[in-house]
Design a protein around this ligand. Structure first.
Ligand code: SAH
Length: 246
């Protein structure tokens, strides 16, 4: 059974609206919904924002609900020319850009785990890429073209790339440049992915993070981000998950 995590309610509304038989379980203040997507069982949960919230939610999905894989779906800021607003980023390697236990450990290395980058499960990544391709072919089934156009989006593309997570909303070029200097392969920044990656790595759990680019992690982020969230982001994650579990 798949565990589906999202940081914000906007991303989950669509699943919950469609499913009238969702059984709700509350654990440590978070609501886990047991439901069916395309007749396949799933647990859907709002993790909340940030690395700690994401790590504790992933741990509960694994140990209390016995999921066999985890998909995190949400939005992210782009700090690379490879991805623009509206594009879909499937995370390949994950790093924590705010982790620094130097001089005891190299900057960004997870102390005692001896790892800086954690890689998503190849099989999950490929399945999510395929679902994104199917979603883009069928995009008009899920998203109103007028909504896409109203925020200046044309045809989104799929990018497989590296994700850096930290407990900060990145909203200036100075912040983005600092992340790129230390982690130059980063395509997207967000606040949860690398925490889920660490928990899944330590638990031998297949996982993947899928992010739609909502902003460019610069001075425009505070305007672009809410517009994107409101108009299209939930339709994206809903459509892609429907295609994934098809
Ligand atoms: N306004 C929101 C809070 C958003 S925090 C609220 O009130 O609920 C931003 C969320 O989107 C996080 O979950 C993070 O993972 C993602 N995100 C999108 N753009 C980001 C950016 N530029 N920097 C960091 N996280 C970003």
């Amino acid at each position: 059974m798949i565990g589906v995590m999202a940081a914000m309610i906007e991303e989950l509304e669509c699943y919950l609206k469609e499913s009238d038989h969702a059984e709700k379980h509350v654990v440590a203040g978070r609501e886990y919904y047991e439901l069916k997507i395309n007749d396949k069982p799933a647990i859907v949960v709002l993790s909340g924002i940030g690395k700690v919230a994401a790590a504790s939610t992933a741990t509960t999905l694994i140990h209390k609900f016995g999921v066999s894989k985890i998909l995190f779906t949400g939005v992210a800021g782009s700090i690379s020319d490879k991805a623009h607003i509206g594009d879909l980023v499937i995370g390949e390697h994950y790093a924590q850009h705010d982790l620094d236990a130097s001089p005891f450990f190299p900057k960004y290395e997870i102390p005692l785990l001896g790892k800086t980058l954690i890689k998503a499960c190849e099989e999950e990544m490929n399945a999510v890429v395929k679902a994104c391709e199917a979603f883009l072919i069928n995009i008009e089934k899920y998203v109103d073209r007028k909504d896409l156009e109203s925020i200046g989006l044309s045809t989104p593309k799929i990018v497989v790339g590296d994700i850096a997570s930290g407990d900060q909303f990145i909203k200036s070029k100075q912040q983005s440049d600092a992340i790129l200097e230390g982690l130059p392969t980063t395509v997207a920044v967000e606040m949860e992915g690398a925490a889920v990656a660490q928990v899944c790595y330590e638990n031998d759990m297949p996982f993947c993070v899928l992010r739609t680019i909502s902003d460019s992690a610069n001075e425009d982020a505070l305007v672009d981000f809410p517009k994107f969230i409101k108009k299209v982001s939930s339709r994206y994650s809903y459509g892609i998950l429907k295609e994934l579990l098809n």
